[in-house]
Design a protein around this ligand. Structure first.
Ligand code: NAP
Length: 265
């Protein structure tokens, strides 16, 4: 980590991801000089604890980014679209956690988002598109292609809301060009940063949301060769989506930016 410290703004600080961002900034000792907590009018005047201090929440508005070096956005895609450019124009580097600037068709919502706490096992997240997939499913499809830089990667998925407090789980079936044994898959996944193998079916050991909540790594289990297809594997993955996939990723990116001197002095 560089010796420099940064003025950091968290847009959406009172939200589920924003609160975890504050925890992780503390845990990882990110070099924060000053912190500015931004949210909607509803939260102005509230105070949130950061490094033992009660910090007042301010209104997310274009002028809120004056003097900010790094702006972490987690206030929803429409707020990112409205305010991220202003943060950038004020001289801040922006790390955006929403889907605002991801590769996805820019299609407005046609049905309201379902409240995840009010439903159980509903195979419907975000709006349905003309192809029968939901926006969330196309987001998953496109994100994988973007992260792995394989634009024509063939992906299909069904996203389902389930009643857990924290953590996302995915059941993965993946087909390779060459055979990958179960043992080799275990070895490679265990060696990958941020992944841990939790796979002892004989003792009922496999990843579960309750275990993964609050942890930084993703856990992989139920690794097995797919009997029905050539060179294919099945496995089950669980991870705390507020950390990996949201707050932790944003701060890991900010750490790289801080080290790279890409943040304007
Ligand atoms: N939750 C997840 O599991 C998860 C995982 C990955 C990515 N994400 C992404 O992270 C972002 C935030 O999600 P979240 O779950 O943390 O949402 P959330 O709990 O609803 O929090 C939203 C935050 O944005 C602020 N906000 C909402 N409307 C605003 C407005 N008009 N002006 C200013 N601030 C406003 C809220 O402030 P108030 O408290 O004042 O309303 C709150 O701080 C979304 O883009 C989401 O897609 C979420």
């Amino acid at each position: 980590m560089s010796a420099r410290s940064f003025n950091v703004a968290v847009a959406g600080a009172t939200g589920a991801v924003g609160e975890v961002m504050l925890q992780i900034l503390e845990e990882r000792k990110f070099p924060v000089k000053n912190i500015r907590l931004l949210a909607s009018e509803r939260s102005v005047g509230k105070r949130l604890k950061f490094k033992g201090e009660q910090v007042p929440v301010e209104l997310l508005q274009k002028s809120a980014f004056k003097g900010i070096d790094i702006a972490l956005f987690s206030a929803g895609a429409s707020r990112s679209k409205e305010f991220a450019a202003a943060a950038w124009e004020s001289g801040a580097v922006v790390v955006d956690n929403s889907s605002a600037f991801r590769m996805e068709p820019d299609i407005p919502l046609v049905v309201p988002e379902i409240n995840p706490h009010a439903v159980a096992h509903i195979p419907h997240i975000d709006a349905f598109l003309e192809n029968g997939y939901t926006k969330e499913e196309m987001k998953m499809t496109n994100e994988g292609r973007k992260i792995m830089e394989i634009p024509d990667l063939r992906v299909t998925c069904t996203t389902v809301r389930v009643p857990v407090l924290t953590a996302h789980s995915i059941s993965v079936n993946v087909q390779f060009e060459k055979k990958v044994t179960r043992e080799k898959a275990r070895e490679l996944i265990a060696a990958f940063p941020g992944c841990q193998v939790l796979d002892d079916p004989g003792s009922n050991v496999y990843p579960m949301p309750l275990f993964c909540a609050g942890k930084d790594d993703c856990y992989v289990g139920r690794i097995r060769e797919d009997d029905s297809a050539e060179n294919a594997l099945n496995f089950w993955v669980c991870g705390d989506q507020l950390r990996k996939g949201a707050a932790l990723n944003a701060i890991q990116i900010a750490e790289l930016l801080a080290k790279s001197h890409l943040v304007p002095a």
